[in-house]
Ligand binder design. Structure first.
Ligand code: 5AD
Ligand code: SF4
Length: 481
């Protein structure tokens, strides 16, 4: 298959980060205009988690195989795709708003096809086609191989829908088309679905049962990325610690620690990250593997959700406050330089002020370098929606969230201030967002670092950066030898 990210017309794709007040993060993805006349063009926009961005690259690869080319210009696209997120109500509202814009484009340019992919497609199924008359395709996360056939159905004037959830699909053999690439860092999806059934979460319903991808295909993908100049891979899964794949020939079982080790051995200059870890599943073996390899980044995203044991029980997180604290202690003991980040939900069903205080004290205790913070949003069909009243008033949820955000900003600031005077190895990712005189890149702890360009360094190079200043979000420094 042709690798489109080697194509200079696809270089420098814009990534827009729009952080809303509630701490939701959406990325929007654009591909560059194609130049060959007569080809059908697709445009894809992604919302939600990293997994969705990774999936969009699989979708792009499948479409490229069937004669489509990517465009960054939605107005010229023959096929407009929106890869959607259902995790919170607000995420769905954002998608609905974008669909109004696409409706208008379709009126201006009849024949344009609009497809809804991902979690909202899976959650709403055929209802989507009733509610959104101008939508032609509704395709769930496990049905992307069917896209060319569904497009053909729509070409014939029908509606294309496939929301079948698979127990096997991992897209292991598909070489993702790196749409939004800086050519330095890439995502590799290692598993799909989630079996955890956290009571607030819609993901098990939209992404189905957990399944792990063939370890050899993962290592092959990492190796190929390294050979093409990439220097960082992030192994992605809803719950990477439950990765488990059995080699059908040797019957040998590869767990996450083993996969991490295999990936680290691809090349010492290929950095390895991973996300997301579950506090109940992250093992000491994983931590020892991290400690043993310099190129496994010292950073763990370990969502706590709440710092209170009663709320954690209602959330069905299967650990309590003490268990979580013990995992933090294990990380500090085995990987002392490791930064830890979190996801936090404010105002879950029946949460008291004292229980909210437990979440605040956990932020202090865990000394998170950063967190993604949300207020609870009831999702239809989840265990919490069926069992517990959503009884915390919106103003209270918002006030608690603000308290969490304010404290996390202080803790992040303190965390970063401690780095002043220290020198870190940083992988250059590209120009800083503020100035083309500066580069940006992350250190092992996943902290964004900005520093003036000097010498012949280029994206993909490692440099040593001495930190001179720090905000709650960024380290600012200079290259030292
Ligand atoms: N309401 C608010 N936040 C949620 N998350 C998942 N479901 C909900 C919900 N219903 C958050 C969790 C999860 C992150 C991806 O999104 O913190 O870790
Ligand atoms: Fe949702 Fe919990 Fe699975 Fe994460 S681990 S995707 S929060 S069910």
């Amino acid at each position: 298959m042709q690798l489109y990210d080697d194509n200079p017309t696809l270089a420098g794709v814009a990534k827009e980060l729009d952080e809303s007040k509630q701490g939701e993060v959406f990325y929007r993805e654009y591909a560059q205009p194609a130049t060959i006349a007569g080809e059908r063009l697709f445009y894809i926009e992604s919302y939600g988690c990293q997994m969705n961005f990774s999936d969009s690259e699989i979708v792009a690869s499948i479409l490229a195989e069937s004669g489509f080319r990517p465009t960054r210009d939605v107005e010229v696209a023959d096929l407009i795709l929106i890869n959607t997120c259902s995790i919170r109500e607000k995420a769905e509202e954002t998608v609905r708003k974008r669909l109004r814009v696409f409706d208008q484009l379709k009126r201006n340019k009849p024949g344009t096809m609009v497809g809804v992919l991902g979690c909202m497609a899976e959650r709403l199924k055929a209802k989507f086609l009733e509610e959104e008359k101008l939508v032609d395709l509704v395709v769930g996360p496990d049905a992307y191989r069917d896209l060319p056939a569904l497009v053909a159905t729509a070409d014939d004037g029908g509606k294309g829908i496939n929301v079948y959830l698979s127990r096997e699909e991992t897209y292991a053999d598909i070489n993702p088309l790196r749409l939004d690439s800086n050519g330095v860092a890439a995502f590799i999806s290692i598993m799909r679905g989630c079996d955890n059934m956290c009571s607030f979460c819609v993901v098990p319903f939209t992404r189905g049962r957990e399944r792990s991808r063939d370890a050899f295909s993962i290592i092959a993908e990492a190796t190929e990325l390294y050979q093409r100049g990439y220097r960082e891979v992030t192994l992605l899964g809803q719950n990477v610690d439950s990765y488990k794949w059995q080699n059908p020939e040797t019957e040998q079982v590869v767990n996450f620690a083993a996969l991490l080790e295999m990936t680290a051995q691809v090349h010492p200059d290929l950095r390895v990250r991973f996300s997301t870890s579950h506090p109940k599943d992250i093992t000491d073996e994983v931590l020892h593997t991290m400690a043993a390899h310099e190129n496994i980044c010292k950073y763990i995203h370990l969502p706590v959700q709440s710092g209170n044991s009663r709320i954690l029980e209602l959330m069905n997180r299967t650990y309590d406050r003490e268990w979580y604290m013990a995992r933090i202690e294990a990380i500090r003991r085995i990987v002392p330089e490791c930064a830890i980040s979190s996801d936090i939900i404010a105002g879950f069903c029946s949460e008291t002020e004292a229980e909210h205080q437990d979440t605040l004290s956990m932020i202090e205790y865990a000394d998170y370098s950063m967190s993604y913070m949300f207020f609870y949003s009831e999702r239809p069909g989840t265990l919490a929606a069926r069992k517990y009243p959503d009884d915390i008033p919106l103003e209270v949820k918002k006030r608690r969230l603000q308290e969490i955000i304010r404290l996390q900003a202080q803790v992040s600031f303190r965390h970063n201030q401690r780095d002043i005077g220290r020198t870190f190895k940083v992988l250059i990712e590209g120009d800083s967002r503020r100035s083309s005189d500066d580069f940006c890149g992350r250190n092992t702890q996943n902290k964004m670092t900005v520093f003036p360009k000097v010498g012949q360094y280029k994206p993909g190079d490692y440099v040593n950066v001495k930190v001179l200043e720090a905000t709650s979000a960024t380290l600012i420094g200079e290259i030292v030898d």
